[in-house]
Design a protein around this ligand. Structure first.
Ligand code: UDP
Length: 239
């Protein structure tokens, strides 16, 4: 978050015309890649994100194995052309952090103990980024894992809320993330009533935090419904 020097709300509307509690347009599909065990593609506003799951497979070298459960590893990668200023290829501190939080979020719902001594790899490729990629990546990774047939206790959904021009709003896009006052990404497992990710970049009062937190969960629930619908449609089962 940088100090605000740009008007983000004009005549009660956000720069892209959205209401304060409105999500960006979201499209999602599963089974989009042939050589993975499961895959998903998510467009969330201008974000374009592809996720692929490999495994469970025998894990090598042997010392990496866990005899009680599968080892889940997520790799989040931003393509050099995904952002305005070319991103240097390869991992950096941010991508290592996001990979870790996605692995931990998914680890809460994947039934890893069913596959001891194996490894499950989740690859997330950000083809185009416009803020909120960690939430969109969690949504894509969760869909890809469900598409792989891996037993899961629930789907993980995610959404951010934040503060711009003194107002609490849902799902910040790039300008709002850059010039706003706070971004609060949240990921949830609704069936288990668990928060599986909660990060905050910026400052909020206690009251603002409560409002933003509720708004983010409400947004994540709407995305959760879309995820379920996408999976049901992909299996061609009548709702
Ligand atoms: N971003 C960028 N270059 C980078 C990293 C990020 O332009 O090397 C942009 C990108 O659009 C990203 C946004 O900054 O979505 C916000 O990044 P943040 O670290 O807050 O994560 P995100 O909101 O994507 O989860």
């Amino acid at each position: 978050m940088v100090k605000q020097d740009m008007k983000l709300i004009v005549d009660g509307k956000r720069l892209d015309g959205r209401r304060f509690d409105e999500l960006r347009e979201i499209k999602m599909s599963v089974g989009v890649l042939n050589r993975t065990n499961g895959s998903a593609y998510v467009e969330w506003g201008k974000n374009k994100i592809l996720a692929g799951v490999h495994g469970p497979r025998e894990l090598h070298p042997k010392y990496l194995r866990d005899p009680t459960k599968a080892v889940l590893t997520c790799t989040y990668n931003m393509a050099p052309f995904s952002v305005d200023e070319r991103k240097k290829p390869g991992p950096d501190r941010r991508s290592v952090e996001i990979s870790k939080v996605i692995s931990e979020a998914l680890g809460h719902v994947a039934v890893l103990e069913k596959y001891p001594n194996t490894g499950i790899d989740v690859f997330v490729e950000v083809l185009q980024a416009d803020a909120g990629t960690r939430c969109a990546s969690i949504v894509a990774a969760s869909l890809a894992m469900a598409n792989s047939g891996m037993p899961m206790r629930d789907m993980i959904s995610a959404c951010a809320a934040g503060k711009i021009d003194g107002e609490i709003v849902l799902d910040l896009m790039k300008e709002e993330d850059n010039f706003g006052e706070c971004d609060l990404p949240v990921a949830i497992s609704p069936r288990r009533k668990e928060i599986v990710l909660l990060q905050m970049d910026g400052k909020l009062t206690r009251e603002e935090f409560k409002k933003a937190y509720r708004l983010a969960i409400d947004g994540a629930m709407r995305v959760y419904d879309m995820q379920k619908k996408t999976l049901i449609e992909s299996m061609k089962i009548e709702e």
